[in-house]
Write a protein that binds this ligand. Structure first.
Ligand code: FES
Length: 141
């Protein structure tokens, strides 16, 4: 029986993996990927590496959106992914959800200032700063 992992951002990249497993070992991979050419090429390369024990898979180390999406997927396959924020709304002043901030980081907002500009989060009372920093660290560390 296949185990499915998926990632998507409306209007941008989406990725669906169906992994056949024998215990902890990946024996077959089906992939559906959509998005920009660099994401599709990177996904083909990553798909070819999905073999053998899941715990031995290497994480991508760069900060492009392709690498960050695949880093999450590999961590999910390894059961290592943790959402950094366990509540939906990250910034109450601007009513910005945590997933909006997270997606901004995936798509290039790599500083608190970038996140403020792209999402409006953390542009009011600033009490959400620790949560913004947690999202940044989770993606970029
Ligand atoms: S809660 Fe985010 S600026 Fe106030």
């Amino acid at each position: 029986m296949a185990t499915t992992f998926s990632w998507q951002h409306p209007g941008r990249e989406s990725l669906k993996l169906e992994l056949e497993m024998n215990g902890d070992s990946i024996t077959d991979v089906k992939m559906k990927a959509r998005g920009c050419l660099s994401f599709l090429l990177f996904s083909q390369k990553m798909k070819a590496s999905l073999k053998g024990p899941a715990q031995n898979l290497d994480l991508p180390h760069g900060h492009s959106h392709s690498e960050l999406i695949w880093k999450e997927m590999i961590q999910r396959i390894q059961n290592q992914w943790k959402d950094p924020i366990n509540h939906k709304e990250l910034c109450h002043c601007r009513q910005v959800d945590a997933d909006v901030v997270d997606r901004a980081v995936v798509y290039g907002a790599h500083t608190v200032e970038d996140i403020r500009k792209r999402t409006s989060a953390n542009t009011g009372c600033a009490t959400c700063l620790p949560d913004v920093q947690k999202v940044l660290k989770n993606r970029l560390a």
